[in-house]
Design a protein around this ligand. Structure first.
Ligand SMILES: [Fe+2]
Length: 205
């Protein structure tokens, strides 16, 4: 189950890797939240249920726990915005740092038997949202998307993707190591992932 969740995180990052930064506040389906919400919602759901919920761990960003649990409803359901005001949402870097901290905290405890039942729910939630995100991406104009990772165009984009910490366990217990920074020198970004083996860290691309 732990492997499945880590694989799901990696797939989630690949999906968000198709969205240009400037499109993250777009609501491709108007009555859904903007895409940035889902960047934070998936880790918040996992953290609120597994870390805070089952294990009773202390919150490290209570405002984000709450924001990404429910999102921000439009003031008028009849005319929802197509793009949210940036002042309503935390900056992308903070959301990504939240995501990475959640993964770091959870990687240390995912083997706890007490999490087993809720872990399957969290995995199902992640997979369900991946399907919904694909519907949303279908509604985005081409200009709001990034080329696939295999594209030469993607390789020329120095901002994307960026690697964050990876979860390393050769063989046990797990330890944390820092994935290679990209050419811009940053080590955080939507393609970060929690991986089990050092050799796989190079897959963060
Ligand atoms: Fe959800």
């Amino acid at each position: 189950m732990t492997d499945s969740l880590e694989a799901a995180w990696e797939r989630t990052d690949r999906i968000f890797g198709f969205v240009a930064d400037e499109a993250l506040l777009v609501r491709p389906i108007p009555l859904r939240q903007p895409l940035l919400f889902y960047v934070g919602h998936l880790p918040a759901f996992a953290w609120n249920h597994l870390g805070r919920g089952v294990l009773g761990l202390p919150s490290f960003a209570s405002d984000l726990d709450a924001l990404f649990e429910a999102g921000i409803d439009p003031p008028d359901d009849a005319e929802p915005p197509r793009q949210d005001d940036a002042t309503l949402w935390p900056p992308l870097d903070r959301v990504l740092a939240f995501r990475d901290r959640v993964r770091l905290e959870l990687c240390a405890v995912l083997g706890d038997p007490a999490l087993a039942e809720v872990l399957s729910m969290v995995l199902e939630h992640e997979l369900m949202h991946q399907e919904t995100l694909m519907y949303m991406l279908q509604q985005l104009p081409a200009a709001a998307k990034r080329p696939p990772p295999s594209s030469r165009l993607r390789r020329r984009d120095q901002r994307w993707p960026r690697c964050a910490s990876v979860c390393v366990s050769p063989p046990a217990p797990r330890i944390w190591a820092q994935a290679p920074a990209d050419s811009a020198g940053t080590t955080s970004g939507p393609s970060s992932t929690c991986l089990r083996r050092r050799s796989r860290s190079t897959r963060c691309r």
